[in-house]
Design a protein around this ligand. Structure first.
Ligand code: PEP
Ligand code: MG
Length: 574
């Protein structure tokens, strides 16, 4: 009989195949105390040296095989393992003075670090508990003489079933043949979540060990449902859905490399939003004609210290070089409010979304901003860089930010560093900026509309708060009117107006935005081909008429009805 489990999707898509259970190893230290602590110390040092060497090699392997993020995680583990003060010395002390055997000592010291991390208030510290667990496991396995099971040659169509998958597990696996992953632990931002999305493997977490080796498993990464032993009808339905999804994928594939054009040939750009430098390649592969938003926060978020100029320069340069001359909009730091950075203690605020966030914070912490601006200007030599300031709500802010950019450029020139002129734009995501768009357009080189925030500030409905979800919508006429104001002001001033909020990827709204004059839409790479396909079916004239019609609507229902009608008519005409 079919067994059905509801989990949480962490990577979309439909996967099916035979289960391969990744056993969680039992790593129990033996109870006996060593007779000769000095000999035990020597054994530990050999075990430690071998583990360190193994991890060093794994980091190198990860750099080649999986790219930046995984290599960074493993590198952080290597740093932890090499920490004399909190790892190496305490373990040796526990063997030498405490009389423990090496497995007990490893378990005690690293177990303590895991606990410490788990209890931390700071999210970054809590995430590090996973690294400490992985280091503990690595050392314990060697101390206990356990060799991990070999997952390096998995057959085509394997569904991995595990309690948890750590970076060192996945690096040893042949993920090319994995068609689905089901874990009991993990989450969207867990290692398994990140890696499965990167590799396009449908994955669901939150399902207790569901299957045995060889069981047929269906992984629905759209709904989070995992089915073990599906009956024939269930299997046939799932297979049919997979065929349809595959056909759709193939249909859209053509649009990955096609130019972004409306039916009448008017051209624009469909670009990718990315959150790390390593994602630029994936955006390019998905058909991005540029990067419409690089959220530079990634350099600051999970780091114990602020990134220095060189680190930032290298990351920006990597993106620009990957994009090989295509436009790259890098947004300056947007933290504060609800997004904290561990290296920068901030005051608690009653209303963080209305607080010292983004450009406000940068204009206050001038040194922090200066370092980022210098790194950006230096990177500008490596491609078509455009700098964008987030959360601009007044002309004064734009002027102050531009003045700081100018100072950073002069500083670099004095130091003999060549600096190119870089277009400087703003995010229009505060209603005040949309209202003042005509004035801002005279001093900004481009606009990019951030609907995620623009909706929340326009409707006074916090993004992500389910109790005001009914208000939080890009279909709200107030939001659409503000977008139109910004687009019109940009057009009159002769500057480009784009959009990088989530609404940019909505195929229903796409003709409205195009009709308003937006010519650059930037989105998660997964939506690029679909949006380009949608654009190719609309003429600019029809889009203009639709935008005009929608801007007369008084309610969200009216907007939705107008869109439905327009989409239906277009389909019947095709
Ligand atoms: C936005 O507000 O639409 C946006 C793209 O910025 P973020 O989601 O990073 O706040
Ligand atoms: Mg925003």
């Amino acid at each position: 009989m079919a067994l059905v489990y509801q989990g949480t999707t962490i990577s979309p898509g439909l996967g099916m195949g035979r289960a391969r259970v990744v056993e969680s190893l039992r790593l129990e230290p033996p109870a006996e105390r060593p007779r000769d602590p000095e000999e035990e110390l020597r054994r530990f040092r050999r075990c430690y040296a071998a583990s360190e060497e193994e991890l060093r090699q794994t980091v190198q392997e990860a750099q080649k095989k999986l790219g930046g993020h995984e290599a960074e995680i493993l590198d952080a583990q290597l740093t932890l393992l090499q920490d004399e003060y909190s790892v190496l010395e305490p373990i040796q002390e526990a063997i030498r003075d405490g009389g423990l055997n090496m497995a007990q000592a490893i378990d005690q010291v690293l177990g303590g670090i895991v606990e410490l991390f788990q209890q931390a208030e700071d999210e970054y510290m809590r995430l590090r508990a996973g690294d400490a667990k992985d280091v503990r496991k690595r050392l314990l396995m060697r101390a206990l003489g356990i060799t991990p099971r070999d997952y390096s040659a998995l057959p085509e169509g394997t569904v991995l079933v595990a309690e948890e998958l750590t970076p060192s597990d996945t690096i040893r696996m042949d993920l090319a043949h994995v068609s689905g992953i089901v874990t009991s632990r993990g989450g969207y931002y867990s290692h398994v979540g990140i890696i499965s999305r990167n590799l396009g493997i449908p994955s669901v977490c939150g399902v207790p060990r569901a299957a045995e080796d060889g069981d047929t498993v269906l992984v629905d990464g759209e709904s989070g449902v995992v089915t073990v032993h599906p009956d024939e009808a269930g299997l046939a339905r799932f297979s049919q859905r997979r065929r349809e999804a595959e056909a759709e994928r193939r249909r859209l594939d053509i649009f990955r490399s096609a130019p972004s054009r409306a039916l009448d040939g008017t051209a624009g750009l469909i670009c990718g939003n990315i959150g790390t430098a390593a994602e630029a390649q994936a955006a390019l592969d998905a058909g991005a004609e540029g990067i419409g938003l690089l959220r530079s926060e990634f350099l600051y978020m999970d780091q114990p210290a602020l990134p220095d100029e060189e680190t930032q320069f290298q990351a920006y340069r990597q993106v620009l070089e990957t994009m090989a001359g295509r436009p790259v909009i890098i947004r300056t730091l947007d933290v504060g409010g609800d997004k904290a950075i561990p290296a920068l203690p901030m005051e608690r605020e009653e209303n963080p979304f209305l607080g010292c966030r983004a450009i406000r914070l940068c204009l206050e912490r001038r040194e922090l901003f200066r370092v980022q601006l210098r790194a950006l200007l230096r990177a500008g030599a490596y491609g078509d860089l455009r700098i964008m300031f987030p959360m601009i709500s007044s002309l004064e802010e734009l002027r102050s930010a531009k003045a700081m950019l100018e100072e950073a450029a002069e500083e670099l020139i004095r130091e003999g560093v060549p600096v190119r002129k870089v277009p400087v734009g703003i995010m229009v995501e505060v209603p005040g900026a949309a209202v003042m768009a005509d004035c801002l357009a005279r001093e900004a080189d481009f606009f990019s509309i951030g609907t995620n925030d623009l909706i929340q500030y326009t409707m006074a409905a916090e993004r992500g708060n389910p109790s005001v979800e009914h208000l939080y919508s890009p279909y709200a006429p107030a939001v659409l009117r503000l977008i139109a104001m910004a687009a019109r002001a940009a057009e009159s001033a002769g500057i480009l107006c784009g959009m990088c909020g989530e609404a940019a990827a909505d195929p229903e709204l796409l003709p409205v935005f195009w009709g308003m004059g937006l010519r650059e839409l930037s989105m998660s790479p997964g939506g690029i081909a679909r949006s380009r396909a949608a654009l190719s079916g609309w003429s600019t004239e029809d889009c203009r008429a639709l935008a005009e019609r929608v801007l007369l609507c008084a309610s969200r229902e009216e907007v939705q009805a107008a869109l439905q009608e327009a989409h239906r008519r277009r389909k019947t005409r095709l």
